[in-house]
Write a protein that binds this ligand. Structure first.
Ligand SMILES: [Zn+2]
Ligand SMILES: [Zn+2]
Length: 289
């Protein structure tokens, strides 16, 4: 079967590789659509520290069940349209033992530490398969990044009536915004792209700010009556917005980081203390997300 392979930064090839052989408890998927993640782009650019080359990318998957091995529950049937969780946790580290496998110390993700799904077929343990009934193949391929956003939104612990500021309205930002809206928070969505801002307004973001066209600090102060948002999520990964998250958040507020900063970030740490803020990371997603 054919596979798309990133041979080294900036170089790719189509390779002929053997079809996977199913083991007990595994499901063979015929791959239909693969989302191309920012982390794949970083692999292409040579900026993904977790990747070794050559690597087949692809972890945002939609596919059709082609075959099931013995040990797979009857609820998973040939012809089912599905998506899949691309992570494999170790089961032994502190996160795994604390029932938080999404933050596994030894996690392996398809297309990152393992060969990914930009191939014709992929074999996965049945526990990774998620039924896609009611969703199209394109929609199923964005379930994974949206789930990361939902998880980040939950890490924000938004409450009814609170202001929740989200930096970045990509797939992860949108997932978090949806979670904020579900919890009844008043979401302030920030991006530089008016189309993305229009989309999050359509799903119920209370306020949108184009930070390239408007004075963000002024708008945030105006919207929140000078208090700042109770919770801020950074879903871009820019050092500048990492710092703004701490600057903008209300006294005694919460800051959550889900974007990967590509450079070290310098903070004036006195605001951690003066504001008595809670700072949290958010990583990946779990099946409930
Ligand atoms: Zn991804
Ligand atoms: Zn682990």
């Amino acid at each position: 079967m054919k596979a798309f392979c990133i041979d080294e930064p900036g170089k790719y090839s189509f390779k002929e590789i053997p079809e996977p052989v199913l083991r007990e408890g595994e499901v063979l998927l015929r791959v239909k659509k693969i989302g191309y993640c920012g982390s794949d782009l970083n692999t292409w650019r040579g900026l993904n520290p977790l990747v070794k080359y050559p690597r087949i990318p692809g972890h945002e998957i939609s596919g059709v069940v082609e075959k099931t091995a013995s040990g797979v529950p009857g609820s998973i049937r040939v012809g089912d349209v599905v998506t899949a969780m691309p992570y494999t946790s170790c089961g032994k580290c502190w996160s795994c033992l604390s029932d938080r496998p999404n933050a596994c110390k030894n996690n392996e993700t398809l297309g990152v530490q393992r060969e990914g799904a930009l191939t014709e077929f992929v074999a996965l343990p049945w526990e990774k398969i998620i039924d896609g009934k009611g969703l199209g193949l394109r929609e199923l391929a964005i379930v994974e990044p949206l789930a990361i956003g939902i998880h980040a939104g939950k890490r924000c612990a938004p409450k009814e009536g609170e202001f929740m500021l989200v930096f970045g309205c990509g797939m992860i930002g949108i997932g978090a915004i949806a979670e904020g809206i579900r919890a009844g928070a008043k979401v302030i969505a920030v991006d530089v792209d008016d189309d993305k801002l229009g989309m999050v307004r359509a799903i119920g973001a209370a306020h949108t700010v184009n930070s390239r066209k408007e004075n963000l600090a002024e708008r945030v102060a105006e919207i929140t009556g000078g208090h700042g948002p109770a919770v801020v999520l950074e879903a871009i990964g820019l050092p500048e917005t990492f710092v703004q998250a701490v600057d903008f958040v209300a006294y005694s507020g919460r800051v959550v980081f889900v974007g990967y900063a590509k450079a070290p970030v310098t903070f004036d740490t006195k605001y951690f203390i003066l504001k008595e803020i809670s700072i949290r990371g958010s990583r990946g997603s779990g099946r409930p997300d």
